[in-house]
Design a protein. Structure first.
Length: 322
C-alpha cells in the first residue's frame, strides 16, 4: 500500500513539474505565441490594429540609426533611433508589448516624431525582435535595460534632454517597473497604456480564463522555473510594487473593455502610485491595446495636456494622424 501511495505522489509531482515546464515554454521562453492569435480578446478588425498600414509604411520609409547596448548578463540589445526633423530637447522612448517588436509601435513612434516633433528611440526588448535573449522578462529585467537606454540617450544627445517613456501592455509594465528605479531628472513623464499589476496576477488571471485552472501549484512551479532558468520570479516582476516608489509624473491609459489585462488592474496601479502627479484615462469600448485606435481624439488631448504640464514647449499639430 505504501509503495502505491509513494508511486501516486511521484506521478502527481512529475505531472506538476511537467506542467510547469510546459507553461514556462508557452509563456516565458522565446518564440512564437500561437495562443495569442487564438485569443478572442485580441482579435480585432484590421482598421483597429495596434499600428495602421500608414504607420507601418511610415516606419518602412524612415532611416533609423541602430543603437546597441550590452547587458551585464552579456546580451546584445538593439533599438531603433530616429532623429527629430528639427532641433529639440525632447526624446520619447517607446516600449512594445509581449511577443511584439519595435515595429509594432510604429503608430506611437510616428505620433511622437511627426506630431510632437521629438527624437524617438524604440528598443527591441530582450527576447524579442533582433535583440538577444531566450526568455521574456515581463518587464522585470527590461526595467534595467531601460535604465541603460535612458543613460545612452543622455550620453548621445546631451544632458539637457527631456525624456518621455511610453509603453503599451508589457511595455507599459516595463516603464512602470522602470519608474520605481533611480532615474535621472531628465525623465519627465511616463505613460503606461494597458499595463498589468504584476506577472503573477496577470498569469493567474490568464490561467483561469484560458485554461480554467487554479494558479496553485502550477503557476508557482513555473515561477520557480523562471527564477532558475531566467533569473526572476513572477512575484518579483511587480509593477504595483514599483509604482509605490516612483516620483515621476504618470499617465495611466486603459480600455474599459480590456479583457486581456482587466481594467481593475489599472485602478490598483493608480491608487498605489506614490505621486500626486498622476492621471487616469479610461477609454469606453476599447479592448486591449486599442485605446488610441478607439478614441484617438480624447487620447491625444489628454496626452498633449499631460506632456505640456511636464515638458517645456511641447509641439502640437492639428493633424493627429487619424
Amino acid at each position: 500500500m505504501l509503495s502505491i501511495i509513494i508511486g501516486l505522489i511521484t506521478l502527481v509531482l512529475v505531472g506538476l513539474v511537467g506542467a510547469g515546464f510546459y507553461f514556462y515554454h508557452v509563456a516565458i521562453a522565446r518564440g512564437e505565441k500561437p495562443f495569442l492569435s487564438e485569443d478572442p480578446d485580441l482579435q480585432v478588425d484590421d482598421e483597429l490594429d495596434l499600428s495602421s498600414k500608414e504607420d507601418k509604411q511610415w516606419w518602412n520609409d524612415q532611416e533609423f540609426a541602430k543603437w546597441q547596448q550590452q547587458t551585464p548578463d552579456h546580451l546584445h540589445l538593439y533599438g531603433y533611433f530616429l532623429q527629430a526633423n528639427k532641433p529639440t530637447r525632447h526624446v520619447a522612448i517607446v516600449a512594445h508589448g509581449y511577443s511584439g517588436d519595435a515595429k509594432t509601435m510604429s503608430g506611437f513612434a510616428r505620433l511622437y516624431h511627426e506630431v510632437y516633433g521629438m527624437h524617438v528611440l524604440v528598443p527591441d526588448a530582450r527576447g524579442h525582435g533582433i535583440s538577444e535573449g531566450d526568455y521574456i522578462g515581463f518587464g522585470w529585467h527590461e526595467r534595467l535595460d531601460y535604465q541603460r537606454w535612458i543613460a545612452q540617450v543622455l550620453q548621445q544627445l546631451g544632458n539637457d534632454m527631456e525624456i518621455v517613456l511610453h509603453g503599451v501592455s508589457m511595455g507599459a509594465a516595463t516603464v512602470m517597473m522602470t519608474s520605481g528605479e533611480k532615474l535621472p531628472d531628465q525623465v519627465k513623464a511616463i505613460i503606461a497604456d494597458c499595463g498589468y499589476t504584476s506577472a503573477m496576477e496577470e498569469l493567474r488571471y490568464q490561467m483561469k480564463r484560458m485554461y480554467h485552472l487554479p494558479a496553485f501549484p502550477i503557476l508557482h512551479i513555473t515561477s520557480l522555473l523562471a527564477k532558475l532558468k531566467s533569473g526572476y520570479s513572477f512575484q518579483e516582476a511587480s509593477a504595483l510594487n514599483q509604482v509605490k516608489k516612483t516620483t515621476k509624473p504618470m499617465l495611466y491609459v486603459h480600455g474599459k473593455e480590456d479583457a486581456f489585462v482587466p481594467t481593475f488592474m489599472v485602478h490598483k496601479l493608480y491608487q498605489a502610485t506614490n505621486t500626486n502627479q498622476k492621471e487616469l484615462l479610461l477609454i469606453p469600448r476599447a479592448g486591449h491595446g486599442l485605446a488610441w485606435q478607439t478614441d484617438s481624439q480624447t487620447y491625444y488631448q489628454r496626452l498633449t495636456a499631460f506632456l505640456s504640464k511636464h515638458l517645456t514647449e511641447v509641439q502640437q499639430a492639428d493633424d493627429i494622424l487619424l
